[in-house]
Design a protein around this ligand. Structure first.
Ligand code: GLU
Length: 449
C-alpha cells in the first residue's frame, strides 16, 4: 500500500491534490485487496491510478482590446472500464494537472456509483472567466474546442460543466464542436433545454446532494425540517442545494464566493435565492451585493491570513460545503463539532481535508464524501446522454424521480459496502470500496489493456 503511494509521490511529484485523493481511496480499499489477492497480482492499484490518457494543449485567444493570451488546456481520460470517459470541464486560475487528475480520479468512482455506464474523465483550463466579456469567453471556448474536438465524441468522451463552465460556456463549446465535426450529437451534457439538454440537469447536483443528506438523516430517524444549515459557495451546486433545503423545511443562513461570505440569521428564502441566482448567473456579480439588498445581513470578507474560515464558526445542524476542494480544514472541523454539527454533506469535490474528515468520523457525525453525495449532477448527465441517444425528452417528474432513485441507491450501496467490509456506517469507505470494486472487476474482465 505504502509502495504505491511512494511510487506516485515520486513519479507525480508536486501533484499534492492527486496524492491526497489517491491516498484516501488506497486506505479505504485495503480490506478489499486483502480479501482478493488477484487484485494485487494484477496490479490494479498501479493501473487505476495512472490515467489512460492525458491531453495537454495550448489555448491562444484574443481579448476585446486585441491582446493575445495563452492558456493551458487539459483533458484527463482517466478510466474507461465501465463506459466512455465522462466528467466536467473546469475553467479557473487554480487549474493544474494535479487538480484535474484528482478530479478525474474521483470522477471514476463517483460515476461507478451512479449505476450508469460512464467512465471517468475531467478537463479544463487555467483560464479565468471572471471579469471577461461574453465575446472573450466565446473566443476562448472556441479556441479550446478547436483542439479538444479531435479527442472527444458521444461514445468516447463526453465533457460537461464544472466550476467556471455553465450553460453559456457549454453553448459556445457545443457550437464549435458542431461546426468542426458537422454533426449534432450528445457530445457534451449540461446543454440548454432547446437543443438537447435535460430537464433537472441544472438542479441535479444540489438536489441530489440534499436527497443524499435526507437519506442519511432518515437512517437516524430525522429529517431536514427545522434544521439550520450552512452552505458555502454560490454557484450552481450551492444554489440548488439551498433551493431543495428550503423546500424540505430547512433554513440556510450562509453563502459565499471567493471574496467572502454572507450570514443571514433570518434564513435565505425563495425570494432571496432568486436574487442570488440573478446576481450570479445573469449579472455575474459578487455575493457581497446580497447585504446591499438585504441590510439586516452580514458580509465578512475572505481573509487568507486566518487559519480557518469563519463561515464554519456559525451554529448549525448541517453543513453543505459546495464551493471547492479543501475548503474545510481541521480547525473548521473542530469549530463545526464544537457547535454541535450533526451532518456534513459534500456538494463540492473533496472540500474537506483528510484531517477534517478524520475529526468528523471520530466524532461519529454523519459525513458524506462528494463522490457519493454530489453524484446527482453526473447521474443526470448520464440521463441526458440516454435521452440524446433516443432523441426524446423525459418530463421533469421523470428525471427527478430517476435522480431520487439513483441517490437512494448510492446511499444504500455505500452502507452495504461499508457493512460488508467491517466498517458499518462509514460512508467514505463504503463509497470508495463500492466504486473501486465495480471498476476493478470491469478492468479484470477486459484483460491487460
Ligand atoms: N462536474 C460535475 C462533477 O463533478 C459534473 C460532471 C458531468 O456532468 O459530467 O461531477
Amino acid at each position: 500500500m505504502k509502495d504505491i503511494l511512494d511510487v506516485i509521490r515520486g513519479r507525480d511529484a508536486g501533484e499534492i491534490e492527486f496524492h491526497q485523493a489517491v491516498q484516501e481511496v488506497v486506505e479505504s480499499v485495503k480490506p478489499v485487496l486483502d480479501r482478493n489477492p488477484e487484485f494485487r497480482q494484477t496490479a490494479v492499484l498501479e493501473r487505476i491510478t495512472e490515467p489512460e490518457r492525458v491531453i495537454m494543449f495550448r489555448v491562444p485567444w484574443m481579448d476585446d482590446q486585441g491582446n493575445v493570451w495563452v492558456n493551458r488546456g487539459f483533458r484527463i481520460e482517466m478510466n474507461s472500464a465501465i463506459g466512455p470517459y465522462k466528467g466536467g470541464l473546469r475553467f479557473h486560475p487554480s487549474v493544474t494537472l494535479s487538480i484535474l487528475k484528482f478530479l478525474a480520479f474521483e470522477q471514476t468512482f463517483k460515476n461507478a456509483l451512479t449505476t450508469l455506464s460512464m467512465g471517468g474523465g475531467k478537463g479544463g483550463s487555467d483560464f479565468d472567466p471572471k471579469g471577461k466579456s461574453d465575446n472573450e469567453v466565446m473566443r476562448f471556448c472556441q479556441s479550446f474546442m478547436a483542439e479538444l474536438f479531435r479527442h472527444i465524441g458521444p461514445n468516447t468522451d463526453i465533457p460537461a460543466g464544472d466550476i467556471g463552465v455553465g450553460a453559456r460556456e457549454i453553448g459556445f463549446l457545443f457550437g464549435m464542436y458542431k461546426k468542426l465535426r458537422n454533426e449534432f450529437t450528445g457530445v457534451l451534457t449540461g446543454k440548454s433545454l432547446g437543443w438537447g439538454g435535460s430537464l433537472v440537469r441544472p438542479e441535479a447536483t444540489g438536489y441530489g446532494c440534499v436527497y443524499f443528506a435526507q437519506e442519511m438523516l432518515a437512517s437516524r430517524s430525522e429529517t431536514l425540517e427545522g434544521k439550520t444549515c450552512l452552505v458555502s459557495g454560490s454557484g450552481n451546486v450551492a444554489q440548488y442545494t439551498v433551493e431543495k433545503i428550503i423546500e424540505l423545511g430547512g433554513k440556510v443562513v450562509t453563502l459565499s464566493d471567493s471574496s467572502g461570505y454572507i450570514y443571514d440569521e433570518e434564513g435565505i428564502d425563495k425570494g432571496k435565492l432568486d436574487f442570488v441566482k440573478r446576481l450570479k448567473n445573469v449579472r455575474r456579480g459578487r455575493i457581497q451585493e446580497y447585504v446591499d439588498k438585504y441590510s439586516e445581513t452580514v458580509y465578512t470578507e475572505a481573509d487568507s491570513t486566518l487559519d480557518h474560515n469563519p463561515l464554519w464558526d456559525h451554529w448549525a445542524h448541517c453543513a453543505f460545503p459546495c464551493a471547492t476542494q479543501n475548503e474545510i480544514n481541521e480547525n473548521d472541523a473542530y469549530h463545526l463539532i464544537n457547535q454541535g454539527i450533526k451532518l456534513v454533506c459534500e456538494g463540492a469535490n473533496m472540500p474537506c481535508t483528510p484531517g477534517a474528515v478524520d475529526i468528523f468520523q471520530d466524532k461519529k457525525i454523519l459525513y458524506a464524501p462528494g463522490k457519493a453525495a454530489n453524484a446527482g449532477g453526473v447521474a443526470v448527465s448520464g440521463l441526458e446522454m440516454a435521452q440524446n441517444s433516443m432523441r426524446l425528452n423525459w418530463t421533469r417528474q421523470e428525471v427527478d424521480d430517476r435522480l431520487q432513485v439513483i441517490m437512494k441507491s448510492i446511499h444504500q450501496t455505500c452502507l452495504d459496502a461499508a457493512a460488508e467490509y467491517g466498517v458499518p456506517g462509514d460512508y467514505l469507505a463504503g463509497a470508495n470500496i463500492a466504486g473501486f470494486v465495480k471498476v476493478v472487476n470491469a478492468m479484470l474482465d477486459q484483460g491487460l489493456v
